[in-house]
Design a protein around this ligand. Structure first.
Ligand SMILES: Nc1nc2c(c(=O)[nH]1)N[C@@H](CN(C=O)c1ccc(C(=O)N[C@@H](CCC(=O)O)C(=O)O)cc1)CN2
Length: 361
């Protein structure tokens, strides 16, 4: 059985191309020091290993490599197309009603990665005609201070969407804070009522979390049939894995979730026509995990050391692109796959919210 390193949360861990035992200790120490973990809390059971330690390294190829048989699912260009569509719809909304959609972002603390994501969200808003509002609170803010800020945005009629950038500082209770976002402005779709409705037959969420929504949108735009197909989601985080599985199920796929206690992840994944990975472990999914012709959506964004890159690192996914692109029929690259779709879906949710709040079809 293949080496196994799985996370229950979609944290992005720095993984290196080193033998398994060292990789575990590198991962563990990096997770402890909270380096580059854009997707939230660190589970004490994050790194779980079993099986062979003699797996060959995945030689990470550039996503531009020509030695692939799989079609590249180009999230960057789909996201651009969606942003253009949104910009057009915002003009129509404004012309008909005078309403300009507004998005408020709450950023707590000074994490560089979160600051970058927030900056990118603001730029994306500007480009399509959404007004952005920002509240920056210091690392040592109290939960009450954050909730007070959220309440101000809840009561502001020019704000149609509110999001709290994750992860929050460790001393804060994420659940309390996310519960404070008014369900009608919860454009991240993280409120338990929105997630709960996603899990229920015959109910509709007001908003679907952006990253999983982006994954499904990519499948639709590339004409990948979901109905009746077997799908495997690797990872069960609240913000990606679990909602992705629910969305696939709602689209009538037969869904399995692979997680850190799954005994035979490779065998289960190999049965899937559609694979979505969101674990934050670089190159975990190898060619041997994939059924020939499967479609692979890689949500992982993992920095790995790269002396040749000006930054000293580059980003890779959860999937060993070089191997999997030779087996799959279609695959998302990292970067340039799911990542850009996250922000496009946020803009789409904000526009829907403005339309709903102003009864505009
Ligand atoms: N409140 C939220 N917090 C977080 C979310 C979220 O959806 N809501 N997701 C992530 C961070 N994130 C947006 O917030 C995000 C991450 C990555 C990308 C992206 O476009 N990635 C690029 C690569 C970027 C690079 O080169 O550094 C890609 O994959 O091509 C967009 C948004 C955690 N927090």
């Amino acid at each position: 059985m293949a080496s196994m390193l799985l996370s229950d949360c979609s944290t992005s861990a720095t993984a290196r191309l080193v033998p398994l035992q060292r990789r575990i200790s590198v991962l563990t120490s990096q997770l402890r020091s909270q380096v580059s973990l854009p997707w939230g809390a660190v589970s004490p059971r994050l790194v779980h290993s079993s099986g062979s330690r003699f797996q060959s390294p995945c030689t990470v190829a550039s996503a531009m490599s020509t030695d692939t048989s799989a079609k590249i699912i180009d999230g960057k260009s789909v996201a651009k197309q969606i942003r253009d569509e949104i910009a057009g719809e915002i003009v129509k909304l404004k012309d008909a009603t005078g309403v300009v959609p507004g998005l408020a972002v709450v950023l707590v603390g000074s994490r560089k990665d979160s600051q970058t994501y927030v900056r990118n969200k603001k730029k994306a808003c500007e480009a399509v005609g959404i007004t952005s509002y920002e509240a920056n609170l210091p690392d040592d803010s109290t939960e009450e201070e954050v909730i007070k800020q959220i309440s101000l945005f809840n009561n502001d009629p020019s704000v149609h969407g509110i999001l709290v950038q994750l992860p929050l500082p460790r001393h804060m209770n994420e659940e309390n804070i996310l519960n404070a976002v008014g369900i009608e402005k919860d454009v991240d779709g993280f409120h338990p009522l929105n997630i709960g409705r996603l899990a229920m037959q015959g109910r509709e969420s007001l908003f679907v979390p952006c990253t999983p929504k982006g994954c499904i949108e990519l499948l639709h735009r590339y004409d990948v049939e979901i109905k009746g197909k077997r799908a495997v989601v690797i990872g069960r985080s609240n913000i990606v894995g679990m909602p992705a599985a629910l969305l696939l199920q709602r689209a009538n796929a037969t869904v399995s979730i692979v997680h850190s206690y799954t005994k035979n992840p490779e065998e289960i994944t190999r049965q899937a026509d559609i694979v979505i990975t969101a674990v934050g472990v670089a190159n975990l999914v190898r060619g041997s995990w994939i059924k020939p012709g499967a479609v692979v959506i890689d949500v992982g964004i993992n920095p790995v050391d790269d002396a040749e890159s000006p930054k000293g690192y580059r980003l890779v996914g959860d999937v060993c692109f070089e191997e999997v692109s030779k087996v799959a029929s279609a695959i998302t690259p990292v970067p340039g796959g799911v990542g850009p779709m996250t922000i496009a879906m946020l803009l789409s949710n904000t526009l829907s919210s403005a339309k709903r709040l102003h009864n505009f079809q």
